[in-house]
Design a binder for this molecule. Sequence first.
Ligand code: PAF
Length: 283
Amino acid sequence: MQIIHTTAELRNALAAYGKTHAEVGFVPTMGALHEGHIQLVTRCAHENNLCVVSIFVNPTQFNDPNDLTNYPRTPEKDCALLEKAGCDLVFMPSVEEMYPSPDTRVFDFGSLATVMEGNARPGHFNGVAQIVSKLFDSVQPNRAYFGEKDFQQLAIIRELVRQQASSIEIVACPIVREADGLAMSSRNRRLSPEEREKANQIAALLFKSRTFVGNKTIQETIQWITDELGKVPVFRLDYFEIVDGKTLQPIESWDASEYIVGCVAVFCGKVRLIDNIEYKHAN
Ligand code: PAF
């Protein structure tokens, strides 16, 4: 496994591989890797001739400077895990390498970016689009792998690729959960033991709410989740929305769409966790 720090080195390495490797798969990450990332990398390595992973904590997507400062960074451990998972090239650029000058590009993702995370974290998706478009330009993958935990991010990336008329195939991979249901996230390691013990309630409530489809109204379901989360002292609900899985706009009834997803963001102590659940998906 090669570890590369500059775009120039990356281009040379890809060109060298290019002669023999037709298909390039790419997993962009911010490091602090967990089993969820490793499953993306394993799949990427399996489905492509060359597996490239980036590790870059992208400053432009953090709207909270404390979150950027506290974001866990474990590069040595990450590289050891990546090597085991079958990664060929790790790209670990510096901030100066990715942003030699400020990136002033403003993306327009319409109403996909104004709801939920876009509303709660102004500028977040613009920052994601800035870095992902730069990484796509550098790696030029055939396929790129993203986890469904960041459900809205996935929709934004698909839209980015559509707007740029790019041929990159976006591969969505299911949420990977801890044994007690908590969605895996690099942020989980910042939870105190007490918060970690309670954090599984988020997934437990989402799963229970699945039984409400067709029995309770959307409004009742939202109210139930809100009330139940409110009973857990370490939680502070940021939002819970039930949306159309494609447009991400809130829906009013279970019949309003063939693809319905519930998306939640909860502060568990100081750590903001997100999760989602598919209520309905025809096909
Ligand atoms: O999902 C993430 O880890 C990040 O948002 C991404 C896609 C690597 C861009 O920095």
